[in-house]
Ligand binder design. Structure first.
Ligand code: PGA
Length: 256
């Protein structure tokens, strides 16, 4: 079975509820339902927008998935400012981004934190989108694949293959995020292939074969085709270009 592509919008800290409703309506109004036969489509708005965005898609009977950008691994308790997995489940989130480089660099998230989140999410049947990627310094040192594969291993440490099924890995080189500087299709393919090889080492060839590996980092309508043409790139995790319906829809159509 070929892998079904996934196009995921990461809205980051953009869009108030009113703006999020407008954007999701705009996506919905320009969307053709049968596209979802060929590609999975996901948007990850800020927490406060999850329910309103879900309501728009539900009202239009459109099976665009919603996901969170982060989560905390404990079920409930004295963790001021955090959001739990049961809260996300109740809203209908089926995915959650984990270990985005902005969380790692700006908020001190470690590989161990990522692992705990992946563990808790997979147990609750929410698919983690595990973000990995190297800095410019790591790339210049020639250790990109080593670094990225170690992040993948750490994220899935101690997790059973049955639980991990449905997880997604997103390769996002830090130097390409929000910079307009995309990895070349060859650079992205090389690392995504190594990520798949690491998944095969961890969980077996079948698991690696069915698991989606995305590329993220300045993906846009101009470069999406070349990136998706690579054998180990199964879709995108998109920031900037997901904030407008026209460009996001162009990215979705590139998956068809
Ligand atoms: P970008 O962000 O598409 O704006 O580079 C991607 C991401 O950080 O997920």
């Amino acid at each position: 079975m070929p892998r079904k592509p996934l196009m995921a919008g990461n809205w980051k800290m953009n869009k108030t509820i009113a703006e999020a409703v407008v954007l999701s309506q705009d996506i919905s109004n320009n969307f053709e339902r049968d596209w979802l036969d060929a590609a999975d489509v996901l948007v990850c708005p800020p927490y406060v927008d999850l329910k309103p965005v879900k309501t728009v898609f539900e009202f239009d009977k459109l099976d665009i998935a919603i996901g969170a950008q982060n989560v905390y691994w404990e079920e409930s308790g004295a963790y001021t400012g955090e959001i739990s997995i049961p809260m996300l489940s109740e809203i209908g989130c089926t995915y959650c981004i984990v270990g985005h480089s902005e969380r790692r660099t700006l908020f001190g998230e470690t590989n161990e934190d990522v692992n705990r989140k992946v563990d808790a999410l997979t147990k609750a049947h929410i698919n983690p989108i595990v973000c990995v990627g190297e800095s410019t310094a790591v790339r210049e040192s020639g250790k990109t694949r080593e670094f990225v594969c170690a992040q993948v291993e750490a994220a899935f440490a101690g997790i059973e293959p049955e639980e991990a099924r449905g997880s997604v890995v997103a390769y996002e080189p830090l130097w390409a995020i929000g910079t307009g500087r995309t990895a070349t299709p060859e650079q992205a393919q090389e690392v995504c292939a190594s990520i798949r090889a690491t998944l095969a080492d961890l969980f077996g060839a079948d698991f690696a074969d069915e698991t989606r590996v995305l590329y993220g980092g300045s993906m846009n309508p101009g470069n999406v085709e070349m990136l998706l043409a690579q054998p180990d790139i199964d879709g995108g995790l998109v920031g900037g270009a997901s904030l407008q319906a026209t460009s996001f829809i162009q990215l979705v159509k590139a998956c068809l």
